[in-house]
Design a protein around this ligand. Structure first.
Ligand code: SF4
Length: 414
């Protein structure tokens, strides 16, 4: 009998209820798409989901589907179908794998939730705060499904967010209202929007506590756990079920802290992950670091779904601020200061930068930032070259060599 490989990954109990919650979310949407019992809006991952829920749309996030295509390792087989119709191999591999999945009629939703395909949208709503690609992505489906693609065009590389920025963004959010009234067949109700935004804000505060609990030594959670458990904060923010879920997860993590239980046994080194996950290699990366008694305690990626400005008393200003204050929207100086504070808060020994070939927007190693940060904080870093979804752009050997080099540097300093 073959010997079972020892795993170093510690299971989180709440993972079971989280899978059930995600299954409910997808099944409700599948049912609505088949019966027409509710309208469906597609939304970019940091788009105005709360505004859509205020009109009772069920909200579907293609980027979440993109991540599923990556983690199920289906992406590399599907991307060529999108390339064949003119979508470059150099653009976002979420986009190309998702379009490829649509063209080939092959989705991980079938195996996971018994769905034949993605739920057909009534409207596509984007925010270009993260990149141009999301608008082009929704443009594809606008032509395919013949439904409107509407949204918010946010400026990028912002330092301080000024009243001028906000005025335009609030106006753009408000301009969506009559269009959404028409598509949903429902009158806009400001009180309903306030309720949804308040729920989303409570969810954000809980999600922040989940991530911040990793400041403890040993940390009860890793970045790799975070990429899985962020699901409800992404797709169900504004729905109270997400709040209940994070209360449960937080209680479990607090219990670990009280009992001195770390996510990694014998935690010695603590790392920060800057950039996208390599979705098809999460397990391997988690095992690698756990085996080295190292914990990747925090990341820009998981923190990107903390929207503190949703607490603003005016929900439109709250939405405009929350979806513009994000790391990805900001200037290089802002990013540097943010990363400095993360390294200090989480007591990090080293930083791993993922240069994702098809996502320059989430690759922050390209303008000297790692070198500046290493110089100012004295914390070593490595860069791995790879991609979020396209594993043909990733070398396991190169990544492991880099990870090992980082651990080795710290051994030598000790
Ligand atoms: S930010 Fe990057 S990964 Fe996300 S949609 Fe844009 S290009 Fe793709």
């Amino acid at each position: 009998m073959a010997e079972e490989k020892k795993t170093f990954i510690k299971k989180i109990r709440s993972a079971g209820p989280m899978r059930d919650l995600m299954a409910d979310y997808f099944k409700e949407m599948d049912e609505a798409a088949k019966t027409g019992s509710a309208k469906i809006a597609w939304c970019t991952s940091v788009g105005p989901a709360e505004l859509l829920r205020a009109f009772d749309f069920l909200v579907y996030f293609p980027e979440n589907h993109g991540a599923m295509l990556g983690s199920s390792r289906m992406a590399a087989d599907l991307i060529p179908a999108a390339n064949a119709i003119g979508y470059s191999p150099d653009i976002c591999s979420y986009l190309t794998s998702d379009v490829g999945s649509y063209l080939r009629k092959n989705t991980p939703l079938t195996k996971a939730f018994g769905m034949e395909g993605v739920p057909k949208p009534d409207v596509l709503v984007y925010n270009t705060n993260q990149c141009r690609d999301v608008k082009e992505w929704f443009g594809f489906y606008e032509r395919e499904f013949n439904v409107p693609a509407i949204g918010i065009d946010t400026m990028r590389g912002i330092g301080d967010i000024t009243p001028n920025h906000l005025q335009g963004l609030i106006g753009q959010h408000k301009a969506l209202v009559p269009k959404l009234e028409q598509i949903s067949g429902k009158r806009f109700d400001i009180d309903r929007l306030k309720e949804v935004v308040a729920s989303s804000y409570r969810c954000t505060k809980l999600w922040k506590k989940v991530l911040r609990i990793a400041e403890n030594k040993p940390s009860p959670i890793t970045f790799f756990d975070g990429t899985i458990h962020m699901g409800p904060a992404v797709v169900l923010r504004g729905d109270e079920r997400a709040e209940r879920y994070y209360e449960m997860l937080l209680a479990e993590l607090e219990e670990r802290v009280q009992n001195g239980v770390g996510a990694v046994d014998g935690e010695t080194y603590r790392f920060y992950w800057e950039g996208m996950p390599v979705w098809g290699k999460l397990r391997e990366h988690a095992e690698f670091f756990a085996e080295k008694k190292s914990c990747v305690v925090a990341s820009t990626y998981c923190n990107s779904w903390i929207f503190e400005d949703l607490g603003h008393e005016d929900p439109f200003e709250g939405l405009a601020r929350a979806y513009t204050e994000l790391f990805i929207v900001r200037s290089e100086n802002f990013k540097e200061q943010y990363l400095e504070s993360m390294v200090r808060d989480y007591n990090v020994n080293g930083v791993i930068y993922h240069d994702a070939k098809t996502c320059p927007n989430n690759s922050n190693n390209r303008y000297g930032l790692p070198q500046r940060l290493t110089k100012s904080l004295g914390v070593p870093h490595v860069v791995i070259n790879g991609d979020l979804n396209d594993l043909r752009l990733y070398s396991e050997e190169q990544a492991k060599t880099q990870f090992e080099a980082l651990v080795e540097q710290l051994h030598e300093r000790a």
